[in-house]
Design a protein around this ligand. Structure first.
Ligand code: COA
Length: 326
């Protein structure tokens, strides 16, 4: 018999330092008007120099575990979705496991870029459904400011830092009804960090050529994003036996307000059904959907029985969605 997997607790952490569009006007050739009209972003949070991804993940994790009414020892597994791990290894999940004292938990990271938190939820769900684990901590945490090229105006305006966490457990409250994951590796070159791995290990030249920073073909990503977010959402909704009009709230990855509005149009749902916090935080990759889920839960007056869709796309390319019955 399949055991229901649902949300036991949620928590998030956003660094207090804000960088506004006006601040960016002093760094690159841009304007508040351009950034707002092309992306919908007004400001983003930037972690302090000494704060690594795990430090933000710990704060979100502690909040989520407390919200679930659990202790760190009750956690069986920690999955961290990130493309900005503290280091290549050990996994950031292991660093967090140690810092919060979750001594009974296994821990690993996954890399699905901006879809990471959705993918991690889908993975965690399987372990609950199968009866393998009881309480799983799923974290999306990113310090994108550490891989953004602050000389590249087409990317540095988009990204921010933060972390969100969810404890998934054996409950039919806020239950995951269905999920969908997809990938298209042929689009990997559209959004990547070229150096620092086994293909191009760090050298003086890779640093000089700025190859350790995030590169993106924004226009191409934009076009694909709209199509694959709609496809992912529709697939998950169909698997739940529902239709888009049955969904109370869509919580999409916060990449660009124009992408979100185009997705609403293609899904045939009104804009007020699309949760947005991009204005405050920009794109936080795997942390975006995690923080959005936390804030939507706090702000949107969701009631028991409401259907909610979490949907994301990102580097890889990857895309995925989950339907949650609140
Ligand atoms: N300020 C001012 N001008 C800028 C600018 C900035 N920050 N960034 C780019 N421009 C300029 C370009 O140089 C270009 O100038 P040109 O016409 O003289 O060559 C012009 O604005 C238009 O650039 P373009 O790239 O066509 O803009 P756009 O409308 O596609 O917007 C993005 C750029 C990046 C905002 C948009 O493509 C986007 O959001 N793509 C998706 C990115 C994404 O979601 N990535 C994450 C995936 S998880």
């Amino acid at each position: 018999m399949m055991i229901d997997a649902g949300i036991l607790g949620l928590g998030c952490f956003l660094p207090s330092k804000k960088i506004t569009n006006s601040d960016l006007e002093r760094v690159v050739d841009t304007s508040d008007e351009w950034i707002m009209s092309r992306t919908g972003i007004k400001e983003r949070r930037i972690a302090a120099k000494e704060m690594a991804t795990s430090d933000m993940g710990v704060k979100a994790a502690v909040a989520a575990i407390s919200d679930a009414g659990l202790k760190a020892e009750d956690i069986d597994l920690i999955i961290v979705a990130t493309i900005t791990p503290d280091m290549a290894f050990p996994a950031t999940a292991c660093v967090i496991q140690d810092k919060i004292g979750a001594k009974n938990a296994a821990a690993f990271d996954i890399n699905a870029a901006c879809s990471g938190f959705v993918f991690a939820l889908v993975v965690a769900r399987q372990f609950i459904n199968s009866g393998c684990y009881n309480n799983i901590l799923v974290i999306g945490a990113e310090k994108l400011s550490s891989i953004v090229d602050w000389k590249d105006r087409s990317t540095c305006i988009l990204f921010g830092d933060g972390a969100g966490a969810c404890v998934l457990g054996r409950t039919s409250d806020r239950k995951i009804l269905s999920s969908f994951m997809g990938a298209d590796g042929s689009g990997g070159h559209l959004l990547n960090v070229p150096a620092g791995g086994s293909r191009l290990p760090a050298t003086v030249n890779t640093v000089k050529d700025r190859l350790h920073f995030l590169k993106m073909e924004g226009n191409e990503v934009f076009k694909i994003a709209v199509r694959i977010m709609v496809e992912a959402a529709n697939n998950a909704i169909k698997k739940a036996g529902l239709a888009p009009e049955d969904i109370k709230l869509f919580i999409p990855h916060q990449a660009n307000i124009r992408i979100l509005l185009a997705v609403a149009k293609r899904l045939g749902v009104p804009q007020d059904k699309i949760f947005m916090n991009i204005e405050k935080y920009g794109n936080m990759s795997a942390a975006s959907t995690a923080v959005a889920l936390v804030e939507a839960g706090q702000q949107k007056g969701l009631k028991k029985g409401d259907n909610v869709v979490l949907v994301a796309f990102g580097g890889g390319l990857t895309y995925g969605a989950v339907v949650i019955k609140w």
